[in-house]
Design a protein around this ligand. Sequence first.
Ligand code: 6R9
Length: 650
Amino acid sequence: MNAPATVYPVAEDFAAQARVARADYERLYAESVQQPEAFWGRVAERLDWYRKPTRIKNVSYQLEDFRIRWYEDGELNASVNCLDRHLATRGDKTALLFEHDDPALPAEHVTYRELHARVCRLANALRALGVRKGDRITIYLPMIPEAVVAMLACARVGAIHSVVFGGFAPNSIADRVADCASKLIITADEGLRGGKKIPLKANVDAALKLPGTNSVETVLVVRHTGAAVDMQMPRDRWYEAVVEGQPDTCEPERMNAEDPLFILYTSGSTGKPKGVLHTTGGYLVYASYTHETVFDLREDDVYWCTADVGWVTGHSYIVYGPLVNGATALVFEGVPNYPNMSRFWEVIDRHQVTIFYTAPTAIRALMREGDEPVTRTSRRSLRLLGTVGEPINPEAWRWYYDVVGDARCPIVDTWWQTETGGILITPLAGAIDLKPGSATKPFFGVQPALVDANGAALEGAAEGNLVLLDSWPGQMRTVYGDHNRFIETYFKTYPGSYFTGDGCRRDADGYYWITGRVDDVINVSGHRIGTAEVESALVLHPKVAEAAVVGFPHDLKGQGIYAYVTLIAGESPSEELRKELVAWVRKEIGPIATPDHLQWAPGLPKTRSGKIMRRILRKIAENAPDQLGDTSTLADPSVVENLVNERLGK
Ligand code: 6R9
């Protein structure tokens, strides 16, 4: 099947002082799945609880008796765990190390004490504005310390935050605000990335003109670039003005472990993005425990995760995991290629970063620039590297290992999802030999299995769909406002287990190799886009009759977006219209959903019952017309011939 992969054995010097050494992994893993209550009860002691949980796990994936509850009688506050409990021992330690987009500006060091004070001031201001436990607050901010402050201030007063990535357009903001009936939005005048300005406040203004957004009473605006923005009084308030004069202590809300902490919208195979809901106790235990264990965290580490707080990686591994652990986390506003291709490595040298966690798409883009932008920097401070977001091709893995890490630093290829709250399949650098391209083995408590299309379990070396047989504390609890959709999406396909939506291979050593999504989700540069979302944006255009969207292999992005468009009768294709439609999707959803290819389709391949055959469209997009497979169920086979000819004609 596949040639045996090269193995990079655990470095013995790393293992000698690792948090989890070779001998520990099998033993702890066995305990974690055989006695989950004992194991996760012990792990939960890492948090500060008002009331320690005695009921650890209460889970059933059976549809008639469905429930997922962890630590259900425990009480705690997330911001207290991220801040207050460090004040005595780590008050002057840097919590956030903020590196501006512009490298000429000095980095800011926000200590745990300062961060605590800033969070408390905003939390008091939120209460003064009428925010109460359970209210939803939308955060639409750039990668600046206020984004972290805003999340923790919500947690302090028990409000549920919903962070919306700064690259989303007004329509996408409006959908997310409307879905959870957000009461307040925290944004900034503008964002800044690679020297380019992003009109955040103007986007919020446009979003709030759209239907369904009446729930918003207040918009807090952080002055970041200083640009002039429209302030609509009394709705819009300057952030600085509302926090000014607020006390720098704030009584935290006492939360049940199963009270919601946040909602994060993510794309699925159908319909609008889902509001993935995470709760407080289990999520914090899992995010902090995986962060400490997977990254082998030490007190003096300088830890840098390059994700944006608009994605789950930013939630778990910039904010909650590192801060619960009292770590120093670097927050970077900019992009890897500004002002030059060495930016990542220069930041690493400047701040003596020891742990670096980024996405394969960034690695591939930087690899294309050759070794020199890397090798002209030192990077001696690094000791551990990580990746997340999509499968990493072995070639990029080796470059990351040899060139970026100077063949000194283990790489943890971490597989997980917005839904999982934290890392589920990953190497532990002191315990598990590495194979480039494999996320290797399950983390403690995680029970992966492979099934075929009919749900039959596959044993040993095999390839199939990846499911998880039991719960872990960081698992999402529901789709906000639509519990049925939660159960339908994840627990109906293979009854009794959680379906990940990913395909996966397991080799003879029991290593897992994620092969990518098997549903209608496209993973573009590590960002999830539902084909249905792009299709509905396209058909909103007055000249479009029908659209079908698929993913196709893309050298840099992993997957690109390929759109087939049928125009309404009387309209004819033109280069101008093609550009207009591409720009239209950007405007409707945001730049991350920009189609890479748009092909005119006089007709789409459909079954006799009218179902679009995406399998065929994927093969045409991949330029593999010899692999179309069975086309006998098509209503009109000539449609396919036309599409293939047009594709080859390009
Ligand atoms: C954390 C995050 C989840 C999807 C997931 C899978 C892909 C993530 C991966 C990976 C292979 C890895 N994915 N990490 N594929 N190897 N190490 O990315 O969450 O944005 O929800 O995406 O990303 O396909 O199902 P999210």
